[in-house]
Design a protein around this ligand. Structure first.
Ligand SMILES: [Zn+2]
Length: 116
């Protein structure tokens, strides 16, 4: 999971897991581990919303109660904050999900039966 968080191959920890922002490489460039078996689907987006929501909702409450900023300032800061945090988390959580699937030999990782 740590390798996934760092967007590295779950097998060797050296090769790049993602090629582009979210596209998972078909194979690890370092060790040749097949990576196209992953089925992350909406998992990373779900986790991102879960984490960002649970961080931002209490934070919004605290900032509002403590500082009473102008509504436009508050909305602006939190829009940018949510967006930045989501874009930061999304590829890392995708790496984590692919790494979990790899470690559990899910979806054809492990090579017993290829394909879906
Ligand atoms: Zn590798």
């Amino acid at each position: 999971m740590w390798n996934g968080w760092r967007k590295r191959c779950p097998n060797c920890g050296k090769g790049a897991l993602l090629n582009g922002y979210l596209k998972v490489s078909d194979q690890c460039t370092q060790c040749g581990q097949d990576l196209h078996h992953h089925r992350a689907d909406d998992g990373p987006a779900y986790l991102t919303i879960l984490i960002v929501g649970h961080l931002m909702a209490p934070l919004l409450h605290i900032v509002f109660v403590a500082f009473r900023p102008h509504p436009l300032v508050l909305a602006g800061v939190f829009c940018v904050g949510c967006l930045a945090l989501s874009l930061y988390l999304l590829p890392r959580l995708k790496g984590v999900i692919v790494a979990i699937q790899w470690s559990r030999r899910m979806h054809g990782f492990g090579g017993l039966h290829d394909g879906a």
